[in-house]
Design a protein around this ligand. Structure first.
Ligand code: FPP
Length: 243
């Protein structure tokens, strides 16, 4: 069975999960943090090499102050609690997004988590925090513009490969499979450049209710899909025979 090398996930539905229980939204986010561990365990068990989780979007800063504050506390606690265990299990942790918008304590813990786990190779865990796909692409364009302005490259040097080297996660294969929980069928400004040929999979399951059986369904579906990358089915079959 073909296993995705890189799985990207939008963890949606924490708020609705809490609302159904008449509890505050943050209780849903706490339950969501448990599902994060389940998802990491699943990737380790199945030999998925990279997992990218959308934890907080650039747009999420606009949520009520109380919810943003509670989420920050949750991130801080998770960073404190989980990193030792992630390190023990061979997980390399990295953060993508506008880190400067977080408070000093969170930034320090992010950096410490990255430094502590930098040498691990079992699973590359990428947490997108204060991340936006358009912002990622704009940052890549800005960095190339600086290179042109300072004479390091010519405008005509800019091609897909050079551009791809400047967006987030440039050192990883792009996601093979994207999963979104919570019933909505959109990408919501997640990895816009990186998802160009990713297989998309959506489920009504709310993030806190995620279980291994649901993730297995996604993997089974993924294994049945024919990925053509713009070629014909016959060409893909020929390539597979000659590989
Ligand atoms: C979307 O659900 C979820 C978030 C904005 C936060 C995601 C955070 C976690 C899963 C908690 C911990 C994460 C880490 C990495 C420790 P929503 O609030 O939009 O749900 P709704 O659509 O039902 O309102």
């Amino acid at each position: 069975m073909t296993i995705p090398r890189h799985l990207a996930v939008i963890m949606d539905g924490n708020g609705r999960w809490a609302a159904r229980r008449r509890r505050p939204r943050i209780i849903g986010h706490r339950a969501g943090a448990r599902a994060v561990n389940l998802c990491i365990d699943f990737c380790l068990e199945r030999g998925i090499a990279a997992l990218t989780l959308f934890a907080f979007s650039s747009e999420n800063w606009g949520r009520p102050e109380e919810e943003v504050g509670a989420l920050m506390k949750l991130f801080l606690n998770a960073l404190e609690r989980e990193v030792v265990e992630l390190h023990r299990r061979g997980v390399r942790v990295r953060f993508i997004g506008e880190r400067g918008r977080f408070g000093a304590q969170i930034r320090e813990r992010m950096q410490a988590a990255e430094a502590q786990t930098a040498g691990n190779t079992r699973l590359a865990l990428n947490i997108a925090a204060s991340y936006g796909g358009r912002q990622d692409i704009a940052a890549a364009a800005r960095s190339l513009a600086h290179d042109v302005a300072e004479g390091r490259i010519q405008p005509d040097d800019i091609d897909e490969a050079l551009f791809a080297s400047r967006v987030a996660l440039a050192d990883l294969p792009p996601p093979d499979l994207f999963i979104r929980t919570g019933g909505d069928t959109r990408i919501s400004n997640f990895l816009l450049w990186q998802l160009a040929y990713t297989e998309l999979w959506f489920t009504d399951t709310l993030w806190p209710e995620l279980d291994a059986a649901t993730l297995s369904l996604a993997l089974d579906d993924f294994a049945r899909r024919e990925r053509r990358f713009g070629l014909t089915g016959d060409q893909v079959a020929d390539l597979e025979t000659s590989a």
